[in-house]
Design a protein. Structure first.
Length: 197
């Protein structure tokens, strides 16, 4: 069993029409393997609801990161045929987000801030390794295509003698149509964790 996913989520995916899933999530389906292929961030992943597991297709390894698994499977389950708005919002601008994204669900941007501190070049190098696109925001910022319908942006302000470094995540306003708040949190944790490595 793929870590972090309840069997019912794979069962729900198994009962869906693959053509509908592919249209909504902009992914593909192989009837021979009975699996979906979806582009997530910097790689292609296979989702096999009958087995059930999620696999990194570049090396065939099963995905073990709980938050990444949650995001991938729920993206296939709940993505909608909605265009990207090109309007960036913080998680607290998402309906219900101001109350949800705090305490145990606070976005861990400090992982990025503590990792890079005042080093813009190291931050930029990490973002570019993950196929980030440079943006004209903050001291340095990059956007990423987390899934075909899910853009995200990471904004970074370097620290100095007066203020500590700060990192913030933004999402396209359309994310509210695709993912529940807990899955947005799972995605945000994955982004912060990957960039802080």
């Amino acid at each position: 069993m793929t870590k972090g996913i309840y069997p019912c989520h794979f069962q729900d995916l198994l009962e869906m029409d693959p053509q509908d899933v592919c249209r909504r999530a902009l992914c593909s389906y192989d009837s021979d393997t009975q699996g979906y292929t979806v582009a997530i961030w910097d790689a292609n992943y296979g989702v096999y609801p009958r087995e059930p597991r999620v696999v990194h297709l570049n090396d065939g390894a099963e995905v073990t990161q709980t938050f990444l698994n949650l995001f991938i499977v729920h993206y296939l389950l709940t993505a909608q045929e909605r265009p990207i708005t090109k309007q960036w919002v913080s998680v607290k601008d998402i309906p219900g987000g101001a109350g949800f994204f705090r305490g145990p669900h606070a976005i861990p941007g400090d992982l990025i801030a503590n990792r890079y501190k005042d080093d813009l070049k190291a931050f930029s190098d990490a973002c570019e390794r993950l196929n980030g696109t440079l943006m004209d925001m903050a001291d340095r910022a990059y956007s990423f295509r987390m899934a075909p319908r899910i853009p995200a942006a990471v904004l970074f302000w370097r620290g100095d003698d007066e203020f500590p470094a700060e990192a913030k995540l933004l999402f396209d306003d359309s994310i509210k149509d695709h993912l529940a708040l807990d899955i947005i949190f799972a995605l945000a944790v994955e982004v912060c964790s990957r960039l802080a490595k």
